[in-house]
Design a protein around this ligand. Structure first.
Ligand code: COA
Length: 260
């Protein structure tokens, strides 16, 4: 069994981080396999949505592997941080939506991994934290940057400086996750959300994702210009012809475009 398993079910690609005895902690082998899994699914034109999850019931990912952090030189630690960031950037830059399905612990690098995904949904038993300052470290796989952008500076600093775990309900309240379900329902509800996205126009889903992601890096006026350009582009697509015609003809659209 590999430390990262990839499964393909029709148009859904599932990535499972598989080190349950270490609560799926991210060591360098996991990072390497995670990188190749993302690249493979990204290049597979039949895949429309990617789900990322941890093996076992106890943990999504309980952090970067602390055993690999001990005794690093400053240069080695900086390179390690850049390495984790580059894998997570690949996820964030994916043209296919990536859903983090969070069961149990999402701590440190696990929370940062979820932050790099486009959508986060959690089970009621999920516990999320950036506990690095309790280890004498700071988040190094994007947490100081992405958490503040997602939930605002005050709430992000509360989490980062206290290092406290928060519940799924609190994560929902602050917008760190967007849906919470009983643990037994998480997998089914994750699939339901993935199927719903897969039923939409793949071309439109991909451009909407791009518009939101790119826009966050731009001043509002530039972001609006970007949105208008992408709107122009999508308006000429076969999916836009089909989607609008289907509405007017009072039928379900039959989107043919599969590539994202
Ligand atoms: N890195 C390396 N190993 C980890 C790990 C991590 N981030 N998180 C858990 N593990 C390992 C434990 O060392 C233990 O291994 P062992 O059985 O060989 O001793 C195994 O996973 C099970 O964890 P354990 O601590 O026994 O489970 P628990 O239910 O008592 O506690 C946690 C769960 C999540 C509270 C606890 O494991 C923990 O605090 N982990 C570290 C969380 C963290 O600080 N993450 C940020 C890292 S930057």
């Amino acid at each position: 069994m590999s430390v990262v398993e990839t499964q393909i079910e029709n148009r859904l690609g599932r990535i499972i981080i598989n080190r349950p005895d270490k609560l799926n902690a991210l060591n360098n082998e996991v990072l390497e396999k995670l990188e190749s899994s993302i690249l493979d699914l990204q290049q597979n034109s039949s895949i429309g949505v990617i789900v990322l999850q941890g093996a076992g019931e106890k943990s999504f990912v309980a952090g970067a592997d602390i055993a690999e952090f001990n005794g690093l030189t400053a240069d080695q630690a900086r390179v390690q941080s850049l390495r984790g960031q580059s894998v997570f950037n690949l996820i964030e830059q994916s043209s296919k939506p990536v859903i983090a399905s969070i069961q149990g612990f999402a701590l440190g690098g696990g929370c940062e991994l979820a932050l790099a995904c486009h959508i986060r949904i959690a089970s009621e038993n999920a516990r999320l934290a950036l506990p690095e300052v309790s280890l004498g470290l700071i988040p190094g796989y994007g947490g100081t940057q992405r958490l503040a952008r997602l939930v605002g500076m005050g709430v992000a600093l509360d989490m980062i400086l206290s290092a406290e775990m928060i519940s799924a309900v609190d994560a929902l309240r602050i917008g760190l996750v967007s849906r919470v379900y009983p643990a037994v329902d998480l997998d089914g509800q994750t699939m339901r959300l993935a199927e719903t996205i897969l039923s939409r126009s793949p071309h439109a889903v991909s451009l909407a994702l791009k518009a939101v992601r790119d826009g966050l890096l731009l001043p509002l006026a530039k972001g609006l210009e970007h949105e208008a350009s992408l709107f122009g582009l999508i308006s000429q697509s076969a999916d836009a012809q089909e989607g609008t015609a289907a509405f007017l003809e009072k039928r379900k659209p039959n989107f043919q475009t599969k590539d994202m």
